[in-house]
Design a protein around this ligand. Structure first.
Ligand SMILES: [Cu+2]
Length: 235
């Protein structure tokens, strides 16, 4: 039937007046309130980090954080994929870092992350210097696409392998559209590390590898790829 056409019967019958909304029965109200309370409880727990509404984490991995390295910095997300300024854990806690390289995501997303590098002084250039994005392009052309994520005073040394999904291109084609998608699809570029937070303090997250010339795997801005005190271990 043509969507604009109404059934013949509808035209013959006068539209019935909308009946007054029946008063909900007391028990129904009580049941609805209970359901609502339950939902609020779940949301509250999720907010407090007691349970996660985000992607399921592998069991036995403790508290999970996601790290997105880009040229030349990091974005941190909690287990619900909410961005955080730092990775915050308690001493003695088992921590799993799931590393999703920004380059595993589409070009626009990758470039959006890299824009953050324009807010900082990188490589002796002042914030916003157009030579910074030019250097990123140069690094991509040179194949300087990997990072090695380390955390001061902790056994963390994770080499990314985004080249495996880039197929020689500077940007990802046909990959996950978002971080959430990359995580739920378990993108081939994802690496993770599980360790124990042993010391109280604020530790730097850094790109550890450095070549003979000190440039490292991600190239020009490697030395400046440090998130100062971004791994926070509370007593
Ligand atoms: Cu790096």
């Amino acid at each position: 039937m043509d969507p604009g056409q109404r059934p013949a019967l509808a035209g013959l019958r006068p539209a019935a007046p909308t009946p007054a909304r029946p008063r909900p029965l007391p028990w129904a109200t009580a049941a609805a309130a209970l359901v609502l309370a339950g939902l609020t409880g779940i949301t509250g727990l999720a907010f407090l980090g007691k349970i996660s509404l985000g992607p399921p984490a592998p069991s036995g991995t403790g508290i999970v954080f996601y790290v997105v390295p880009y040229h030349y910095g990091y974005a941190f997300y909690d287990s619900g994929l909410v961005e955080r300024q730092a990775i915050e854990v308690k001493v003695g806690e088992t921590v799993t870092l799931v590393i999703v390289p920004a380059q595993a995501l589409p070009r626009e997303v990758f470039l959006e992350y890299n824009k953050r590098s324009l807010k900082l002084a990188v490589g002796g250039l002042s914030p916003g210097d157009p030579r910074v994005p030019a250097k990123v392009q140069e690094d991509l052309a040179l194949g300087n696409v990997e990072h090695i994520i380390g955390i001061a005073a902790h056994p963390v040394y994770v080499t990314t392998n985004v080249a495996a999904v880039l197929n020689g291109q500077p940007f990802r084609n046909g990959g996950p559209a978002t971080l959430a998608e990359a995580v739920s699809q378990k993108d081939a570029s994802i690496r993770s590390v599980t360790f124990t937070a042993r010391r109280v303090g604020a530790f730097d997250v850094l790109c550890v590898d450095s070549g003979m010339d000190g440039t490292g795997t991600c190239g020009w801005g490697h030395k400046w790829m440090i998130a100062k005190g971004a791994f926070v271990v509370r007593p």
